[in-house]
Write a protein that binds this ligand. Structure first.
Ligand code: SF4
Length: 222
């Protein structure tokens, strides 16, 4: 069990699954940079967390909680949910966590792991039997649809493993070395991380040309 002081943000799981180095740059070295994708994502979350709608009754007897604080001392995580729907009355139905994302469903499981961590927090906080929240939903801004996500054993194991790895990296203050991968082009920390600087057999001329191109693109796409 983790003490309050050792809890890490659920959102860091996303960074970890995107790239372990990005996760360490943000949560160990405290670097952060915005790009269009991060700004759009933040705006969507702001809407979901509208403080004027913190807790309200809604359609068909479902209570909707927005911006609910979440904690799991077992996983060592804390965070804030976008939306949790609670069936009103004594239905015996578990709550339904809903996460808001910009864009569309990703190829990797980062969004699903984040949602699953929220469900596991809810189960622990509400002292529900582990596994009782069988599914959650992710609303994607680009498709304007909710995707139903089964929170099965495999996803729960992946979430536990990611939480363990997150603590290993952040608790040790370890930043993995840069490795140029496809996702680097979408990374908001590209110009701080400079993965190309460590590419083998790369001349200084090529490095400087590429760095100048990235700076120019940043200016053209602020
Ligand atoms: S630029 Fe690439 S290696 Fe560096 S943090 Fe981003 S994704 Fe990771």
């Amino acid at each position: 069990m983790f003490a309050d002081a050792n809890l890490l943000p659920i959102s860091a799981l996303q960074h970890l699954l995107f790239c372990e180095r990005q996760c360490a740059l943000i949560h160990v070295e405290r670097l952060w940079a915005e790009n269009r994708l991060t700004i759009e994502g933040r705006q969507l979350h702001k809407k979901a967390h509208d403080p004027g709608k913190h807790l309200s009754s809604s359609r068909s007897g479902v209570r909707i909680a927005r911006g609910l604080e979440l904690t799991s001392h077992r996983l060592g995580l804390f965070g804030v949910s976008d939306v949790v729907e609670f069936p009103a009355g004594e239905t015996g139905q578990p709550p339904l966590p809903i996460e808001y994302k910009r864009g569309q469903p990703k190829k990797n499981d980062a969004d699903k792991v984040q949602l699953c961590a929220q469900a596991m927090c809810l189960e622990e906080m509400l002292q529900l039997p582990p596994g009782i929240i069988t599914h959650g939903q992710i609303f994607y801004g680009r498709t304007r649809r909710r995707l139903e996500v089964p929170l099965d054993t495999s996803l729960r194991c992946k979430t536990e493993q990611a939480s363990i790895r997150l603590h290993e990296i952040i608790d040790a203050g370890f930043t993995p070395p840069a490795r140029r991968e496809k996702q680097c082009d979408r990374c908001s920390l590209l110009h701080l991380c400079l993965p190309d600087a460590l590419r083998p057999r790369r001349t200084a001329r090529v490095y400087l040309t590429e760095a100048a191109t990235i700076a120019l693109m940043d200016q053209l796409n602020p």
